[in-house]
Design a protein around this ligand. Sequence first.
Ligand SMILES: [Zn+2]
Ligand SMILES: [Zn+2]
Length: 269
Amino acid sequence: MTLSQPGPIRALVDGSLQTLWPAVCAACDRPVADEALFCAPCNLSINPLVGVCPGCALPAGPTPGEGPAWLRPGASPGRCRTCRRVPFPFVGATGGFEYGEALAEALMRMKHGGRRYLARRLARLLVQPLAEALARGQLAATDAVVAVPLHAHKLRARGFNQALELARWALVGLSRAPSLRPPAGLPRLERHLLHRARPTRELGHAGPAARLAEVAGAFVVSDTARVRGRRVLLVDDVFTTGATFSECAAALLHAGAAAVHVLALARAV
Ligand SMILES: [Zn+2]
Ligand SMILES: [Zn+2]
């Protein structure tokens, strides 16, 4: 082994780190086997989203008149009634998992417990949903992935933007997964395109109207020339009511984006 062989060296370093810090569950710190993210009890609350509405990523009931055909395995569901009545400004939404117990806990520990390293681990869950979102939105190498931004004050306090970390590591994961990598190439992660111009409060269990009012006009695009004509995939950790995604999408579309799709690791259902 020589120093010009990063693979074995990295494996060696990773191996010793593993010995020093044995793998633990991202939600509760119980020891876990090998590369597992969650321990067995926590894993019970990790539910991938399947058969969801392509407009809002919520489990959609069968549309009247379409009957049980919708429920056939492999059938792609249509938009839910809410999306047909009041469409979001973004074209489509992809969610990874239900915003359940363990995932909520892991995200909270990452964001509010100063555990930035969890972003890299949790991003593993986002690789496949990212591949799906890019395919659905037909994003190519010239298009853009944009993380929902934090306000500068919050960014300073937290030290990192969880959405950006998740997007960054999921893109790295996808670039290393030949079976999932889109043939048109990976779009670029654009870090400084979208800004939160004023601080907004986190509204806990507030409904869509209150949330929309809180974030109205909060986002601005710094360089419209870099947005014009590009398709954008917006990434966040959690999709709650879609108010933040909607405001970000509106700002990007106003700046000339060709289309906006959104992707969240967790979807509040
Ligand atoms: Zn656990
Ligand atoms: Zn919907």
